[in-house]
Write a new protein. Structure first.
Length: 662
């Protein structure tokens, strides 16, 4: 078969189906991706996204259907497909003991890149990805964001026409995600076709077209604007400092089907806006809940995603909000935080040789507080948690957890906390019930006490129908529930959650945070790290760590209103990525970055900057959909503070510090 001309799809899948025994993972899936187009495939855990990419890349043979990549059949022309395709899987395909340059050379050999001219190709990619200064660093010493960029460089070494990316920014901080997407847009301008799966709805907003996948079927497909048009009615956004109470009050009225919390806002899906506004205002006034505003807003892709998946859901228990059953009597949970603080840290420091991973960090966490701990990859978050959990001894400084000293009483701390790590740490060859029994034994629970606690944890996580399921076959969302059930089995007064929802779909994340709220209301202290800035909005207070030092602590509102001297303009236009460089050169614009389907411009004077931006967009022939001064988001604050530190110091640990420890 001859390669198809440019007018034909770069990715062609027709009636693609994959069965594993009685399970149909992908059913009659048809996708077309044009040359130079980026297509986003999103869906809940277990929807079939990874299976689809593995069939497109010829790793898995389809049960039925046809697939062509750059015009070549994946069944009969695998050599040609390999020459035109690069596939970046969820798991790193890097060799951690090799340096950056050695990894690139290895993949160049693997793809058969000729030695002649190879160095020029490598240098171009290193410059392209800003990885040039790190060629001699071992891959194992890189941060998560730098590993992602290195894996992309390795995938691009043979100049593919088609790039498949399976959740490439999973667990990567906002700064690294922005850098990664800049690279993708440069590839698009070079004519590369990209199919990307993602759990970040703001990333899906940046794609030319989006497909919503559920149980192996496409629920919807189209441009982001077309997908948003599928949302019945619209959204009323209620901003209040007591969002949890407001959402409960609005739900109890039973007038609206969908009521969701987004940080300090409650989103209510409704048809008659003015009537709904008056009804909600009356409910909140009567309930004594103060609010700043009730305004209509356009539905986001996440709103549509949750609506469509909930509407199509057959497995009802997976869609129900999690809830904490009433506490059992005589729980045995002992805490010595008699002064109201569950965690106290004073000048906490940890060194690995000459490398300072954590530098004189001090903070306090109140009992029953949801405390968010944010920072870029390699900032020191996990190192702090490991010290607080009694897993790592501080080099200097100290602190207490549940009243126990982190230096001298690590075993007492372990008995009085729950810990859920970044990586799923349960036993995949055991059933759900066997994992719970095993962890119950570790925590010293036996007999009737274990049965009581197990029944409580299973009900809390909604695992009743999955007790005999092998853990390895569970989706990410269900594994997350099981990990949480095991972490709280012994009813600890403090729970440490290290990026607990990384890579989990929006619906599962929302349900998980319902659970966190319920536990905090019952007095459990929740210490959580996350790279989802919308999740950070849910926290009572937030600490931002960078290069091992705290750079800001406060409530979400305090950080958004008090940390930035500059103003933020939300810029909406067609193909915003095409004008980023032009806007960045304007003297009125200090910084410009992709944000969802638009741009956020950091400016000194909003009025003069808006005029300059309008002139530039008009000169470039861009349709202006809106330019509005807005309150900074937590992502704006996060990125701005990190970049301020970069501008203000060279850093005691040196630029581009990698992971938490050597």
């Amino acid at each position: 078969m001859k390669a198809m001309e440019n007018r034909d799809p770069a990715i062609y899948a027709d009636c693609l189906t994959k069965r594993f025994g009685d399970l149909t993972a992908v059913r009659d899936l048809s996708i077309r991706v044009a040359p130079g187009e980026i297509y986003g495939l999103v869906g809940p855990d277990g929807a079939g996204k990874t299976t689809t990419l593995r069939m497109l890349s010829s790793i898995l043979d389809p049960t039925q259907g046809e697939v062509r990549i750059a015009g070549f059949d994946v069944r009969t022309q695998q050599g040609k497909v390999k020459d035109n395709l690069a596939y970046m899987s969820q798991r790193f395909g890097l060799y951690e003991d090799l340096t950056v340059l050695e990894n690139i050379e290895f993949y160049a050999d693997l793809y058969g890149v000729p030695r002649k001219g190879r160095r020029q190709v490598i240098n171009r990619l290193l410059d392209f990805s800003a990885m040039g200064p790190f060629t001699k660093r071992r891959a194992g010493r890189l941060s998560g964001g730098m590993k992602q960029k290195l894996q992309l460089v390795c995938a691009l070494i043979h100049t593919p026409k088609v790039l498949l990316l399976d959740e490439p920014t999973n667990g990567v901080d906002p700064v690294s995600r922005r850098d990664f997407w800049r690279i993708l847009y440069r590839l698009l301008r070079e004519g590369v076709s990209i199919l990307v799966t993602t759990a970040y709805m703001d990333e899906a907003e940046r794609c030319n077209r989006v497909g919503l996948l559920d149980r192996g079927r496409l629920l919807a497909e189209g441009t982001p604007e077309e997908i948003r048009g599928l949302m019945p009615g619209g959204i009323l956004s209620v901003r209040t400092a007591r969002a949890k109470e407001a959402s409960r009050l609005i739900r109890e009225a039973r007038k609206w089907k969908e009521v969701e919390i987004h940080g300090d806002r409650v989103h209510v899906t409704c048809d008659e806006f003015e009537k709904a506004r008056e009804d909600i205002r009356h409910l909140l006034d009567r309930g004594g809940i103060p609010y700043d505003e009730i305004r209509q807003r356009a539905a986001s892709l996440e709103d549509v995603f949750v609506h469509l998946v909930s509407k199509a859901g057959e497995d009802a228990d997976s869609l129900m909000p999690l809830s904490v059953p009433p506490a059992l009597p005589d729980t045995g949970s002992v805490t010595r935080d008699l002064d109201g603080f569950s965690v106290r840290v004073d000048h906490l420091t940890r060194r690995f040789g000459t490398f300072v991973a954590v530098d004189r960090v001090s903070f306090e966490v109140r009992r029953g507080e949801i405390f968010g701990f944010l920072g870029p990859n390699g900032a020191g978050k996990s190192t702090v948690i490991r010290m607080l959990c009694g897993l790592l001894r501080p080099s200097e400084g100290g602190g207490t957890v549940a009243g126990f000293d982190i230096r001298t009483q690590p075993e007492e701390i372990k008995r009085h906390i729950g810990y859920m790590s970044q990586k799923f740490s349960l036993y995949e060859d055991l059933t759900v019930e066997e994992n719970i029994d095993f962890y119950g034994g570790i925590y010293g629970l036996h007999g009737s006490r274990l049965e009581e606690r197990k029944s409580w944890a299973v009900a809390m996580a909604g695992l009743e129908r999955h007790l005999q399921s092998l853990t390895s076959i569970l989706s990410g969302g269900w594994k997350q529930r099981l990990a949480m059930a095991c972490a709280v089995l012994h009813e600890p007064p403090i729970i440490f959650l290290d990026e607990p929802t990384s890579g989990v779909d929006p619906l599962s994340r929302r349900r998980f945070w319902d659970l966190i709220y319920d536990m905090a209301e019952r007095g459990v202290t929740v210490f959580v790290t996350t790279h989802y800035m919308d999740e950070a909005e849910y926290c009572n207070r937030i600490a931002l760590i960078y290069r091992g030092s705290l750079v800001a602590v406060g409530t979400p509102v305090e950080l958004k209103t008090g940390m930035l001297r500059e103003e933020i303009l939300d810029v909406r236009c067609t193909a915003p990525q095409d004008v980023m460089d032009d806007l960045a050169r304007l003297p009125e614009v200090r910084e410009i970055a992709l944000f969802g389907a638009g741009l956020h411009a950091v400016v000194e004077d909003a009025r003069s900057a808006e005029q300059a931006i309008r002139r530039t967009l008009e000169q470039k022939g861009k349709e202006i959909q809106g330019i509005e001064k807005i309150l900074p988001t937590l992502e704006d604050v996060f990125v701005s503070l990190v970049e301020a530190v970069e501008r203000g110091e060279t850093g005691k640990n040196g630029p581009g510090t990698g992971g938490d420890a050597p």
